[in-house]
Design a protein around this ligand. Structure first.
Ligand SMILES: NC(=O)c1ccc[n+]([C@@H]2O[C@H](COP(=O)([O-])OP(=O)(O)OC[C@H]3O[C@@H](n4cnc5c(N)ncnc54)[C@H](O)[C@@H]3O)[C@@H](O)[C@H]2O)c1
Length: 267
């Protein structure tokens, strides 16, 4: 099992305070890493870090701000001396403030430019900036693993019929920025894997499918029927994949996309 050990490694998770980010932190900690839980709210990150292996830390980090990422890098290097694993997990999945206006606002023809730009900033530019500023430390030490979190919607288009309610009415449309940015993350992964391959930095994508998280029963049933395993993911379903990609167990893997979606994209 030494292949999967992350003992002595420093692993950073962006968007750590979210639904899946917490699970990435736990997985890395269970495998022995010192985890840096990074998100917009430092208190939430500190609380999360206190539940992990001793030595873990919570840190404020805005993936859209080079200054914030550089500040975090200084604190991490000061505490641990090196950076070995980066999970680019932070992302925005558009939520429409007013559910009554959601249908109109989420229509492609009406989709606001500000929402498009915000998603590009966080989901794509954030991955670029964190890789550039934090990944450069790995290139310098000639070893590291970057895991970029994409989505099934970066591989196949959203099935808009999923968002039709029981009464037959469309509640909203899954917006274009999410698919476009997640697709771009998959290609950015390949670019960086090629660029940093000779420097010993591996860069892979992890593509999760939808996680069950208090959605209504009708939605859960419809979603589940579109997967081969006939269920949505549990937040913990990605732990094994994260440990695999972060550790030497995947030493000869780079530029790849590990799809963990219950078979959504195989049907
Ligand atoms: N939940 C799912 O069903 C699902 C499915 C496929 C892919 N994903 C992907 O998994 C990842 C995590 O998803 P989640 O469901 O945990 O999302 P979430 O919304 O629960 O968490 C996202 C986290 O990112 C943080 N964040 C937002 N903007 C940020 C910024 N500028 N800087 C730093 N942090 C920022 C938020 O504060 C939040 O804690 C995302 O990349 C998402 O696209 C999720």
């Amino acid at each position: 099992m030494d292949l999967f050990s992350l003992k002595g490694k420093t692993a950073i998770v962006t968007g750590a305070a979210g639904l899946i980010g917490k699970e990435h932190c736990k997985a890395l900690s269970d495998a022995g890493a010192n985890v840096v839980a990074a998100d917009l709210d430092e208190d939430k990150c500190a609380l999360l870090a206190s539940t992990l292996k001793t030595g873990s830390m919570g840190i404020k980090l805005d993936v859209t701000s080079p200054g914030s990422i550089k500040e975090a890098r200084e604190r991490i290097i000061e505490k641990f001396g090196h950076i070995d694993v980066l999970i680019n997990n932070a992302a925005i999945n558009d939520m429409f403030e007013n559910p009554k206006a959601a249908l109109e606002q989420s229509k492609f023809e009406n989709y606001p430019l500000e929402l498009w730009q915000k998603s590009v900033d966080v989901n794509l530019t954030g991955v670029f900036l964190c890789s550039q500023i934090l990944g450069a430390e790995m290139a310098r030490q000639k070893k590291g693993s970057i895991i970029n979190i994409a989505s099934t919607y970066g591989i196949v288009a959203p099935d808009q019929s999923l968002y039709i309610n029981k009464d037959g009415k469309q509640s909203f449309y899954k917006p274009p920025a999410y698919s476009a940015t997640k697709g771009a993350v998959i290609m950015f992964t390949k670019y960086l894997a090629s660029y940093w391959g000779s420097d010993g930095v591996r860069v892979n994508t992890l593509t999760p499918g939808g996680v069950e998280n208090s959605q209504d029963e009708f939605f859960i049933e419809k979603y589940s029927s579109k997967t081969a395993l006939k269920r949505m993911a549990a937040p913990s379903d990605y732990r094994g994949a994260v440990i695999f990609l972060a550790s030497d167990a995947s030493a000869y893997m780079t530029g790849a996309n590990l799809i963990v979606d219950g078979g959504w994209t195989c049907l």
